[in-house]
Design a protein around this ligand. Structure first.
Ligand code: MGD
Ligand code: MGD
Ligand code: SF4
Ligand code: MO
Length: 697
């Protein structure tokens, strides 16, 4: 028997752990953490091992499929490309350029062959109807970075390995493995922080992260903007701002502080439920720490004031002198630049959505508007759809309405590996070969990592003749579309060439040869200050008071003091380390054992409705209703219920044998496309008002 060890980063989540693959007689036999990866140092989670399941999955598609009613037939790649190109071009010829919509899902950013090639296809198709998972996720972060620092990707990252005091809001990295903070093995890193200093977690639920923190502070869902305003004001009361590092580079700080602050701890407490004394104490601890940071993630960006929250967080870090400073928060400067010449800084409101007039951000419209753009008659209506690595039926607001809308499309082509809740509506599915057969360089998450690292991931094996790589599929569709539409098009070079060109644009001094000589990755050391040098605002200054964000304060103040009606509960989400959004429930390793789909409810709220632990109940919102088992949990505040998203499988026509029997309903059958963070258009998924009731009989 031959046995070989090969190394590659995990493509499944932002932690980008280095993995060691054991290959026995040419067959993938085992996966473990790569102890020599300078960032992940041997860490891996159950999903990393479940790559074995993904590789062996009998439901995973390997050839193009064409749908006839409920039946699928395999077709050749050439036939599939030609049909995709012709039908997309035909939809635009008949109904105009915007009749074709595109939706890009989360895994796009995890594969170089997706991420580096899709922009060229979208530029060719030239529609205003571009959507992605970003607008159910991190748009507030990008919007605030664009408005304050001039580039959507100048996002400061918490220096988690060197900070001594950290305030974390709306994130549960012990389950999610960290986000906009690529920090594999985050539990270990946070435990080290707790040993040398303090970690305070602000969350409506006592999460897995709160459990290892120094302190958990419970908050009412959707009220973080009030809490943060009170915190900023309390920090100001501690002493003057520490601005020596930013001399001459701050615009509008006084206005920003007055508008963003301006509430007492008592007022903040009344809205958020966090005691005034706690707010004042946290302010003193934060202001008094020499190395400190405030970090807010999903739970903040997916609420109605997501951008406001992210803005105030920047201001607090700035006030305390912790912005762009080791031990505080600072943007990574990756080997392949994500900012500077040749990158997209971002823009806003260059066009608007047709039905609701929602502004674009960074070239995309909010995905909360996709269903109405398909179903609302009139010129400019979406008639054809292209998706890549997305499952918006389970992942985006009012998923049930989108599900129905997808069934009405004239044409739908999906680049995806499964026939799932979304792609079952496709006319064509084009499945890319396993990522393990492809070159990969992480252009996205190296840029959010808590250390400066670089790693080239070489293929573990070659793809089968009958398969196509992700970038080859995108090029195939582009070529056929260009021909059918009569547009000029020239293909991009293969991934290695693009990766080499990307490295050459940067200043790390690394090239392909250097990366190939370091199969575990290259360590370029801890984060360093670079923000002031890299600002891309027109003024060359940090714009502390962008009008778009300042205006949010008035909108917040106009909110009713009690957002929920009597009897209503606030619904929030929950991730588990064995899940990955909506698409890994077909992996036996991840779904065996205990179920995890239940609605967690405070025991008092169960009792008030005559419900008992384990019973099935109905959850209703303005937009829909689901039935799901309830589980008593005192980790929640009364009035808050908690459900994971990404469940609700077993729909007719989906081909996911294992996931089919995984119980649970879709969170997004309850979310409301009208609930948005106004500046960015990001969906407010958390804090959705719901009622809970017993089932009759
Ligand atoms: N209620 C609620 N909703 C949420 C969230 C939440 O917390 N609560 N989280 C939101 C967040 S943060 C995100 S990022 C979105 C995710 O939203 P989506 O990206 O729309 O959904 P995923 O579940 O990631 O679906 C990934 C899709 O990619 C396919 N896929 C997997 N690997 C590959 C590959 O290598 N190539 C291709 N082409 N396809 C592949 C899968 O089959 C699946 O169809 O969900 C959002 N929705
Ligand atoms: N295991 C696993 N890992 C994943 C994913 C997955 O699906 N499963 N998805 C990946 C993706 S795409 C992303 S974007 C990241 C997300 O990673 P994180 O940002 O860490 O997201 P969550 O784990 O959902 O944690 C969000 C927290 O916000 C809390 N929360 C909800 N509402 C509020 C509120 O109003 N205020 C406050 N303060 N907190 C609130 C929730 O209780 C929850 O604990 O995870 C990634 N990693
Ligand atoms: S934490 Fe798990 S899923 Fe994320 S990169 Fe590491 S092994 Fe992969
Ligand atoms: Mo995400």
């Amino acid at each position: 028997m031959t046995s070989e060890r090969r190394f590659r980063a995990c493509p499944l989540c932002e932690a980008i752990c280095g993995l060691e693959f054991r290959i026995d007689d040419g067959q993938l036999a085992a996966i473990r953490g790569d102890a020599e990866d300078p960032l992940s140092r041997g860490h891996l989670c159950p999903k990393g091992v479940a790559i074995l399941d993904l590789e062996a999955d009998p439901d995973r598609l390997r050839r193009p499929l064409r749908r006839h009613g409920r039946d699928w037939e395999e077709v050749s790649w050439d036939e599939a490309f030609a049909e995709a190109g012709q039908r997309l071009a035909a939809a635009q010829r008949e109904h105009g350029a915007d009749a074709v919509a595109a939706y890009l899902g989360n895994p796009v950013v995890h594969h170089f062959g997706h991420h580096a090639y899709l922009p060229s296809l979208l530029r060719l198709i030239r529609t205003r109807n571009v959507y992605s998972a970003s607008s159910v996720d991190q748009w507030p972060h990008q919007l605030v970075a664009w408005a304050m620092y001039g580039h959507q990707l100048l996002v400061p990252v918490p220096d988690v390995d060197h900070t001594d005091w950290m305030l974390m809001l709306g994130a549960n990295p012990v389950a999610s493995n960290g986000s906009l903070m690529t920090a594999p093995g985050i539990a270990r890193r946070l435990e080290a922080l707790v040993r040398r200093g303090r970690l305070v977690v602000v969350d409506p639920r006592r999460t897995e992260t709160a459990a290892i923190a120094s302190e958990h502070v419970a908050i009412r869902p959707g009220t973080d903007a009030w809490f943060l305003r009170g915190l900023l004001e309390a920090v100001r009361a501690c002493g003057p701002p520490r601005l020596a590092g930013y001399a001459g580079r701050l615009n509008g700080l006084d206005t920003a502080l007055e508008r963003a602050g301006g509430v007492t701890a008592a007022q903040a407490a009344a809205r958020s439920g966090v005691p005034a004394g706690t707010i004042e104490r946290l302010a003193r601890e934060l202001y008094g720490a020499s190395r400190a940071c405030v970090y807010g993630r999903m739970g903040l960006s997916t609420q109605a004031y997501g951008s406001l929250c992210q803005w105030i967080i920047q201001l607090i870090n700035l006030y305390c002198g912790q912005l762009d400073r080791p031990g505080g928060v600072l943007p990574n400067e990756p080997a392949i630049p994500v900012t500077g010449p040749g990158t997209s800084k971002g823009h806003r409101d260059r066009w608007r959505s047709r039905v609701r007039s929602l502004p674009e951000f960074a070239g995309e419209l909010p995905v909360a508007a996709l269903a109405e753009e398909i179903t609302t008659p009139g010129p400019g209506r979406v008639r054809a759809l292209f998706t890549c690595a997305g499952n918006p039926v389970l992942s985006t607001p009012a998923g049930a309405a989108l599900d129905a809308a997808l069934a009405s499309l004239d044409f739908f082509v999906a680049i995806d590996i499964y026939v799932n809740e979304t792609t079952r509506h496709a006319h064509l599915i084009l499945p890319p070969a396993s990522p393990l057969t492809q070159y990969h360089y992480d252009t996205v998450f190296n840029g959010f990592a808590v250390r400066r690292v670089a790693r080239l991931n070489a293929p573990l094996r070659s793809r089968a003749d009958a398969e196509r790589a992700d970038w080859e599929i995108i090029a195939g569709v582009a070529h056929a579309y260009a021909q059918a539409a009569g547009k000029p098009w020239s293909p991009l070079p293969e991934p290695r060439t693009l990766i080499a060109a990307g490295l050459a644009r940067g200043s790390s001094g690394l090239d392909l040869a250097a990366l190939e000589a370091a199969p575990h990755g290259v360590d370029m050391g801890p984060l360093q200050s670079s923000l002031l040098r890299r600002l891309e605002t027109a003024s060359g200054m940090i714009e502390c008071a962008p009008p778009l964000l300042v205006d949010e304060v008035a909108r917040l103040e106009a909110e009713p003091a009690a957002p929920l009606r009597p009897g209503e509960l606030a619904l929030i989400g929950r991730r588990h380390v064995r899940s990955n959004n909506s698409w890994m429930h077909n992996a036996p390793r991840l779904v065996k054992g205990k179920t995890r789909h239940e609605l967690h409810v405070h025991p008092d709220d169960l009792a008030a409705r005559g419900l008992v632990d384990g019973e099935r109940a109905r959850v209703r919102s303005r937009t829909g209703a689901i039935e799901v088992e309830v589980r008593a949990s005192d980790a929640l505040q009364p009035g808050v219920v908690c459900l994971p998203h990404g469940f609700g499988h077993g729909r007719a026509g989906a081909r996911l044998q294992r996931a089919h029997s995984v119980r649970g309903a879709s969170y997004n059958d309850l979310t409301d496309p009208e609930r948005l963070d106004a500046p960015s258009g990001n969906a407010a998924l958390n804090g959705t008002p719901v009622t809970l009731e017993r089932l009759e009989g």
